[in-house]
Design a binder for this molecule. Sequence first.
Ligand SMILES: [Zn+2]
Ligand SMILES: [Zn+2]
Length: 203
Amino acid sequence: MHQRAFGHQAEISARINQILKEFLAEIQTENGTGGANIHQIRRLRLSRLLLVQEVRYPSPRIIRMLGDMKTTIDGGCLCGGVRYRLHEQPTHICDCHCTDCRRASDAPFITWGIVKRNMLEVLSGDVRRAPFAGRIRMFAACCGTQLFFLENEASELIDMTISSIDSPESYSPKSTIWTEDRLSWVHLDTSPPIFKQQGESGA
Ligand SMILES: [Zn+2]
Ligand SMILES: [Zn+2]
């Protein structure tokens, strides 16, 4: 219980510093190099006081907000050379049995998720692009792990391999696609919807 509260305090303190920095930057933009005027200083002091109060007694609203801020999911390649971070939960999780995914992964099928492209951050390593059939597959340059997939260069969404997430356990597929290419010895779980071709995902 104490630890939990302390965890929140550390996060809220970081957030406060960020808010104050932004506020000071705003003042500087408004006033040029003239510094803050008395009203702005009062406003700054008051917001600081209110924010510090929040650190000591975080309201449910702030705790919820921190929960939202915390949506970061880390993953990476086999050797650890490429590390990435998702800033939102992957959606449209599906097993793709298409021939291209099979060849590209040397596995009977791939489990993909989708995030907005700007919600994916590559933290380290080089990602190698392999254009094929008008789409772009992306592999870790260091060890060849398949990581991402783009429908086209302008796509705002990016597919990512669920198995490259550090803790993929909770991201179960919600559909199965391209089963017309499925290997007959792969047994399908028939509980999620099954699509002979694309379904909802682009992979
Ligand atoms: Zn690697
Ligand atoms: Zn596929």
